[in-house]
Design a protein around this ligand. Structure first.
Ligand SMILES: CC(C)NC(=O)[C@H](Cc1c[nH]c2ccccc12)NC(=O)[C@H](CCCC/N=C(/NCCC(=O)O)S[C@H]1O[C@H](COP(=O)(O)OP(=O)(O)OC[C@H]2O[C@@H](n3cnc4c(N)ncnc43)[C@H](O)[C@@H]2O)[C@@H](O)[C@H]1O)NC(=O)OCc1ccccc1
Length: 230
């Protein structure tokens, strides 16, 4: 049985209308990474950071899964229905819910989830229901210590054990729409290669990791991913 690991980045959601981070008019061109994506930024100005993530949540219902998200969901569901003899582990660096809305059952959100909150007071993980601010009390402990359940720079990504196990035992590793700049995700291709997996990159343009892949196909995800899944 073929074991497939797929890693997605912001590029897979670009054609749905969500900004990437590093493209010309991307998120880091509009916001300072230190202010909205580090624990230090949260300590310095939590209001500013809450506003950043409230805006991202506000925009998300206005965009929809694209052909790349849908193709990956169909692959996952065909495997679940045993129409394809394989195993799929879908890992995403994205905090949006487009993989789930396309029908993917268990994407691993290694950098967290926009619709999750985390209380630094009682450690509770909570579903997001309304805009969150510094004075929004935690529903379970009442303290005003809620933060987005997002992995910021300098913080340990989620499910690294599950991810490492999948990478070190996979036959095929596919990276879609990511710049290969941020670790540990940027190092996954080397882990898969060390397990003698075939490594394939599907990306709009050459990335920092392109030379590390056996094959690299350049183009928009909505074209490359359905072709790859076929
Ligand atoms: C900047 C970089 C050098 N810094 C890091 O990597 C740091 C530090 C570091 C750790 N190890 C290192 C080793 C060397 C150097 C530095 C480090 N890493 C960390 O701090 C990580 C935590 C990093 C997570 C930070 N949070 C994010 N996101 C959440 C927030 C939010 O989402 O708002 S990172 C964020 O940027 C990352 C990169 O973004 P991409 O998704 O790749 O998007 P980008 O815009 O960059 O690129 C888009 C690509 O798509 C392509 N594209 C565009 N349109 C399309 C299209 N239409 N179709 C196809 N492709 C397309 C483009 O061509 C482009 O290539 C993603 O991970 C994304 O989640 N934590 C950690 O290391 O903890 C300890 C540890 C160590 C070992 C093992 C375990 C733990």
């Amino acid at each position: 049985m073929k074991k497939i690991v797929v890693l997605t980045g912001a590029g897979v959601s670009k054609e749905s209308g969500l900004d990437t981070f590093r493209d010309a008019n991307g998120i880091w061109a509009k916001y300072n990474m230190e202010d909205v994506c580090t624990p230090e930024g949260f300590r310095r100005n939590p209001q500013k950071l809450h506003e950043f993530y409230n805006k991202l949540r506000q925009d998300l219902p206005n965009v929809h899964p694209n052909a790349a998200h849908i193709a990956l969901a169909e692959l996952g569901n065909a495997i679940e229905r045993k129409q394809i003899e394989a195993q799929l582990t879908l890992i995403t660096q994205n905090i949006d819910d487009l993989h789930e809305r396309a029908g993917s059952k268990h994407p691993i959100h290694m950098h967290g989830d926009l619709y999750q909150l985390w209380c630094c007071g009682c450690d509770a993980k909570l579903e997001w229901h309304q805009a969150c601010f510094i004075d929004t009390p935690c529903p379970s402990c009442g303290q005003n210590k809620l933060r987005p359940d997002i992995v910021w720079f300098g913080e340990m990504p989620y499910d690294m054990d599950k991810i490492q196990t999948a990478l070190l035992s996979c036959d095929i590793f596919v990276s879609i729409g990511t710049s290969g700049v941020v670790y540990p995700a940027a190092g996954f291709v080397q882990m898969a290669s060390s397990a003698h997996a075939k490594t394939i990159e599907l990306n709009l343009e050459i990335s920092a990791g392109t030379s590390l892949f056996n094959e690299s196909f350049l183009g928009p995800a909505t074209q490359l991913v359905p072709q790859f899944v076929e």
